[in-house]
Design a protein around this ligand. Structure first.
Ligand SMILES: Cc1cc2nc3c(=O)[nH]c(=O)nc-3n(C[C@H](O)[C@H](O)[C@H](O)COP(=O)(O)OP(=O)(O)OC[C@H]3O[C@@H](n4cnc5c(N)ncnc54)[C@H](O)[C@@H]3O)c2cc1C
Length: 430
């Protein structure tokens, strides 16, 4: 039985684990440095906004919709609009992690928490084993790096405003370590529009019970509240620092946009000085639950070189997914790349055929677009998401933004990929 080792249990690692587990018997081990799955997804929640709806439906029709279905099931609100974004769903950040953990457990994924990889052993470009922080070694046949691109603290201090005590909790669990970099393979770092290194995460969390009743009511009823800011509190420079180009719109500087992600309200700005925030009607007693007046995590610091099969260039049996694999922003983007990496890792282990998502699908086109973009001037400043910015524009121009599920179904049937990831290799060949 072959062993596939996935390093990092964010959305990309979870999707990779599910895809790798399909088909022939194999031992899929998911190593996560903290005590929880989902990584940055612990603080996220927005799904199906703009082109992410199409990508979510593509994954579902391709037979890789388990995590999409779980997010739909954990939704606090569905099918609502907020500035620049249509038909969004929000998952409850309180309910999501336990649901995904149960799902992976049922599928027989061997999840190992408090398991931080610190080093790697390879020979002739082939990874043999990874070393954990407790000095033990774990051997495998194929490896998938899904360690994300955020932090650790030293980077948040160097390239940001310091540690925001985010969901990655580096002081407790130790820093992110890049497996690709440990192999001596050169990675690249993203840049901000203003030329600084990396980019700041674009949202923080406010305790709902610290908000005025009228704001809580709007969140409960509509999923969103939009409060205009007086001119002296508008910080437009914040827009150029954000990772999420889809929210770098004037509406997000001119207003405080809150979204209801269950236990907390997601505030759509990297940070906001609390004394200024408390001058805004309804926010007089506001308290942060995650984030602060002055800092947020810094991301896109560590992109591995890869091909469109998600294999890391320069290593024979190492794949990558999620933010590690490109300047991709989002849960859905991590699920798409994770699914492909997991499938191809399993195919390599089984001697099966590896695949690329076809460019006729948004899931394939975004991976190609990100690779092409890297070669262009200002390539390090671009971010890729189905939900906005340059990629959503391309998606619309190429006719890939499809809201009609029946149309997507026939597109995927024509490509011969209906239920592709759900089928065992034997059935897929039939
Ligand atoms: C505050 C915030 C809000 C966001 N909101 C949204 C949103 O609403 N909607 C949306 O679509 N996207 C959102 N995003 C972006 C989205 O969360 C990410 O793009 C996506 O989840 C990245 O997933 P990933 O698996 O690639 O990386 P990560 O989520 O960073 O996961 C990487 C995992 O690897 C683990 N790890 C790292 N190094 C090691 C190691 N050496 N050994 C073992 N484990 C390791 C980490 O602990 C972590 O769990 C948000 C991001 C942030 C930070």
């Amino acid at each position: 039985m072959s062993t596939i080792v996935i390093i990092g249990g964010g959305w990309a690692g979870c999707a990779a684990a599910l895809a790798a587990q399909r088909g022939n018997a194999k031992h899929v081990i998911l190593l996560e440095r903290t005590d929880l799955l989902l990584g940055c997804g612990l603080a996220g929640g927005i799904m199906r906004n703009n082109g992410r709806h199409t990508a979510a439906e593509e994954l579902r029709l391709l037979g890789a919709g388990d995590l999409i279905k779980a997010a739909d099931k954990a939704a606090t609100h569905a099918g609502f609009d907020f500035p620049g974004h249509s038909h969004a769903t929000l998952y409850s950040t309180s309910k999501m992690e336990p649901a995904v953990r149960a799902q992976l457990g049922k599928r027989g994924i061997d999840m190992r928490f408090l398991s931080r990889v610190v080093d790697v052993q390879a020979s002739d470009g082939c990874v043999k084993a990874v070393q954990l922080a407790d000095n033990t070694w774990l051997e495998g046949d194929v490896f998938i790096e899904c360690t994300g691109s955020a932090g650790p603290m030293g980077n948040c201090v160097r390239f940001g405003n310091g540690c925001a005590m985010c969901m990655l909790r580096c002081p407790s669990f130790g820093p992110r370590v890049s497996i690709t970099a440990r192999l001596g393979i050169k990675e690249c770092m993203g840049m901000r529009q203003d030329g600084a290194v990396g980019s700041l995460s674009g949202s923080c969390e406010i305790r709902k019970d610290s908000l005025a009743p009228f704001l809580r009511r709007a969140l409960r009823n509509d999923g969103v509240s939009v409060t205009p800011l007086p001119e002296q509190l508008v910080h437009r420079s914040m827009l150029s620092k954000k990772s999420c180009r889809q929210y770098a719109l004037p509406d997000f500087a001119d207003n405080i946009v809150l979204l209801d992600t269950g236990g907390h309200a997601k505030m759509m700005t990297p940070y906001f000085p609390i004394d200024q925030l408390r001058k805004v009607p309804g926010f007089e007693n506001a308290l942060y639950s995650h984030g602060s007046s002055m800092a947020n995590s810094v991301r896109f610091l560590s992109r591995a070189p890869r091909n469109d099969f998600m294999k890391v260039s320069g290593a024979k049996n190492l794949f990558c997914a999620g933010e590690k694999s490109g300047f991709f922003v989002g849960h859905t983007e991590a699920m798409a790349t994770g699914t492909l990496a997991g499938h191809n890792a399993a195919a390599l282990a089984d001697g099966g055929e590896q695949m690329r998502f076809p460019k006729e699908l948004a899931c394939g086109d975004i991976i190609a677009a990100e690779s092409e973009g890297l070669e262009r001037e200002n390539g390090l400043k671009q971010r890729y998401t189905f939900s906005g910015g340059i990629y959503f524009e391309r998606m619309q121009k190429r006719g890939l933004y499809v809201m009609d599920t029946a149309e997507l179904r026939s597109r995927i049937r024509r490509l011969g990929l209906t239920g592709f990831f759900a089928a065992t290799p034997k059935n897929a060949a039939a």
